[in-house]
Design a protein. Sequence first.
Length: 151
Amino acid sequence: MNLNRRKLLSWFGLGWLASLLPSSLIGCSEATTPTASSSKSSPESVAAAPSGNFKAIGTVAQLDKDKVLVSSDKTIAVVRNPSDATKVLAVNATCTHKGCTVAWNSASTEFVCPCHDAKFAADGAVRQGPADKPLQRFAAKIENGQVLVSA
Ligand code: FES
């Protein structure tokens, strides 16, 4: 009888643990569900609170006025895509040759390094050495008048 009682109590214990598991899973899925649905929400709501790793580098008005947006730490440069002006391209502004900061030349639509004259296309591809590696690319987008970059 005593053995049956122990067995019964252990089954209740397991049942209690098993009953906690689904609620834990639901708790996790509730935390992820709003994020999944927010990605389907309107661009305005996403721009109001940039999701994921995207952060605002500047405004579209600034970009159109200056032809380039540079992050406050000077590591990210964003320009309009010369092939599709509705899109933006973001690159790491650090030259892949020796690490100088490249500058955007809007007339020739390329990044130029002031140290040894390497040239890079708007998408970071090498146009002229001595650099032999492209500038690192970052995902970038325009939302609600803001230029957002994921770096
Ligand atoms: Fe840019 Fe040398 S550091 S070309």
